[in-house]
Design a protein around this ligand. Structure first.
Ligand code: FE
Length: 130
């Protein structure tokens, strides 16, 4: 899959208002009022912007936070992680490696074996049943 890079205007046209806000402007959807936080079907969660596979239901768990949470991405190369200084505590932002869509953040308080919690906005994902 080639790198997907659209202009800001092109993303605005392609995405819904909510998707644009989360994915391209690093917004955060409300907890518990989103599509996938309690979603338990087997399959793959893809990037809503470019279609790249990002997370597997095999690594999804209930973090009780109200956002879909995973212990790891489907492949480490599916995402890029970088420091986010926008709040007082430094967080690690998680982005789609193909199109740079903002997905959420990763925190070091997840379950074994990785100890990581990928806290992801449903809005940035599109589920495909396996
Ligand atoms: Fe993407």
């Amino acid at each position: 899959m080639g790198k997907k890079e659209l202009t800001d205007d092109e993303w605005k046209k392609k995405l819904s208002a909510d998707q644009y806000k989360v994915c391209r402007q690093k917004g955060t959807e409300p907890p518990f009022a989103n599509e996938y936080y309690n979603h338990k079907e087997k399959g793959t969660y893809h990037c809503v912007c470019c279609g790249q596979p990002l997370f597997s239901s095999d690594n999804k768990y209930d973090s009780k936070t109200g956002w879909p949470s995973f212990t790891k991405p489907i492949h480490q190369s599916a995402v890029t992680e970088e420091p986010d200084y926008t709040l007082e505590s430094i967080r690690t932002e998680v982005k789609c490696s193909n199109c740079n869509s903002h997905l959420g953040h990763v925190f070091p308080d997840g379950p074994k074996p990785t100890g990581l919690r990928y806290c992801i906005n449903s809005t940035s994902l599109q589920f495909k049943k396996s």
